[in-house]
Design a protein around this ligand. Structure first.
Ligand SMILES: N[C@@H](CCC(=O)N[C@@H](CS)C(=O)NCC(=O)O)C(=O)O
Length: 217
């Protein structure tokens, strides 16, 4: 198979990049990475050199480009035969919550931008933001109670693409002090202690770039 290269944005701010990167790491797919700092004069040109959509993340495998975080996760699942729960019902729910994240939670994404290294930020919490937090708490509770008995992840012992899709949400909740249920707090602790996530955070802390518009709270 051709060498895989994943182009990502800043570790501190690029939530879509984190999703693809952490899925590849957890599924054991070897890849090289290229970091393209966002919000710089040359960002657009650099991204265009890798990505037909003009966005990151993008995975290159020889002449093949796979753009969009969820498509990259799906490609990794096909390469490895891992990434989704084996039982059909659990798999359908995992795909539903991954898709809900990918296409939704606009208020959360706008008002609480991912800022991986930031702590103790506080913002106003309008009703639409509270509703997004509550919905995510409900999703995590539902998955943990229905499918999580065998281990610490949303669907039990195996890390799934659903966990990857919500990893940046855990970082946001941690940064802005979201009030969540005990089950959600416990799940957040699992995610925050995860080795690949720790590695990502270490990289985020070492980055020199600051994007003022993403510094909230
Ligand atoms: N739906 C896409 C969204 C990708 C996206 O919006 N990426 C942002 C960075 S997180 C980007 O590339 N922005 C381009 C820029 O800032 O110039 C995905 O899931 O990968």
């Amino acid at each position: 198979m051709a060498q895989l290269t994943l182009a990502i944005g800043n570790r501190n701010y690029s939530s879509w990049s984190l999703r693809a990167w952490i899925a590849l790491r957890h599924l054991g797919v070897p890849f090289q990475e290229v970091v393209i700092p966002l919000d710089q004069a040359s960002t657009h040109e650099q991204i265009e050199a890798h990505s037909p959509s003009g966005r990151v993340p993008v995975l290159r495998a020889g002449a093949l480009a796979v753009w969009d975080s969820l498509a990259i996760c799906e490609y990794a699942a096909e390469l490895t035969g891992r990434g989704w729960p084996p039982a059909s019902e659990a798999r359908a729910v995992a795909r539903s919550i991954a898709a809900e994240m990918h296409s939704g939670f606009q208020t959360l994404r706008t008002l609480w931008p991912m800022n991986a290294r930031a702590r103790n930020r506080r913002t106003a919490i309008p009703a639409a933001l509270a509703a997004d937090v509550e919905r995510i708490d409900e999703l995590w509770n539902d998955c943990r109670h229905r499918f999580g008995a065998g281990g610490p992840w949303l669907f039990g012992a195996e890390y799934t693409i659903a966990d990857a899709m919500y990893a940046p949400v855990v970082l946001r909740f941690n940064t802005y002090g979201a009030r969540v249920s005990d089950t959600a707090r416990w799940y957040m602790a699992t995610v925050l202690e995860d080795g690949p996530l720790q590695e990502w955070l270490q990289g985020a802390r070492a980055e020199p770039w600051i994007i003022a518009s993403e510094e909230v709270g």
